[in-house]
Design a binder for this molecule. Structure first.
Ligand SMILES: [Zn+2]
Length: 282
């Protein structure tokens, strides 16, 4: 059976637009989705990212959480006939507030997989409001529990396999320890790339405030250099058929250009797998 990626809808957040795209629409609020991804059809069910803990925790960053009953983890997994305990691995693109908020719902024999560099950064104190205490404390609890946590060292290894057809690579963007999750689908390679891209339209398709041809715009929230961010985005466009990010609907890529977007409401839940849905041209 081929691997399939399904999108989970963890609710929306409202934030200031220039946080999403550097210098764009400063002071204006934008509502964006927060997605997770379920990889089925392989050796074990895999979940990528777990969303934010609750609406209240988003206030600590001056953002608004819009999480409702249907966005709860149990409800989202139930759409696929799954319970919390059925998930074998949780992978994290990174550990920011809106990506690792529900790990403590899962049993300790669900192994959480993170790039070691990302957990280091989460406790460095450099960006700590984006790494809230309860989420990180839970990961430390897992660190001290047999098999509850697995580290990757992607800056050194290059890539590490999770199950056949699913592997992780260093993202080299967004945060120091971000990782991309690559999935071999029947239609080509899909890459779940977290927050390396926030907004396909404003950053890549019709780049805001860029005069150079095919030059991606960076987000307003990157820990590394602008050159590193641009390079990381170009690398994604160069290597993958599908790009799936956490705060925008998925994109289809051909010859380093975005040629299609997944036909779905943003925000809003979708029920079928990413590959079987309709794509519309850009
Ligand atoms: Zn995010």
């Amino acid at each position: 059976m081929a691997l399939e990626i399904h999108i989970l809808d963890y609710g929306d957040i409202e934030l200031e637009n220039s946080f999403l795209v550097l210098g764009h629409n400063c002071g204006r609020v934008k509502r964006v989705p927060v997605y997770g991804f379920l990889i089925l059809g392989g050796t074990y069910p895999i979940l990528v990212d777990t969303g934010y803990r609750d609406n209240a925790i988003m206030e600590s960053l001056g953002m608004r959480g819009l999480q409702f009953h249907e966005n709860m983890m149990e409800q989202q997994l139930a759409r696929f006939g799954l319970k919390l305990g059925d998930i074998r691995y949780i992978l994290h693109t990174h550990l920011h507030i809106d990506h690792a908020g529900k790990d403590d719902l899962f049993p300790m024999n669900t192994t959480v997989i993170v790039n070691r560099r990302e957990l280091e950064c989460s406790v460095s104190g450099l960006m700590h409001p984006q790494y809230p205490k309860p989420d990180i404390m839970h990961l430390i609890e897992r660190l001290h529990t047999q098999d509850a946590l697995r580290f990757m060292d992607l800056e050194i290894t290059g890539a590490e396999e999770v199950i056949p057809g699913v592997w992780c690579e260093a993202a080299n963007a967004h945060t120091e320890g971000s990782m991309n999750v690559v999935v071999e689908t029947a239609d080509g390679l899909a890459c779940i790339c977290g927050d390396v891209i926030y907004d396909f339209q404003d950053q890549i398709v019709d780049q805001v405030r860029q005069t150079q041809f095919m030059e991606p715009q960076v987000t307003g929230n990157h820990a590394g250099s602008k050159r590193a961010e641009k390079g990381a985005i170009k690398r994604l466009l160069n290597n993958f058929r599908y790009l799936l990010v956490v705060h925008d609907k998925p994109a289809m890529v051909e010859h380093q250009q975005i040629v299609g977007r997944l036909e779905m409401q943003v925000p809003g839940p979708i029920s079928q797998s990413v590959q079987k849905r309709n794509w519309f041209p850009v």
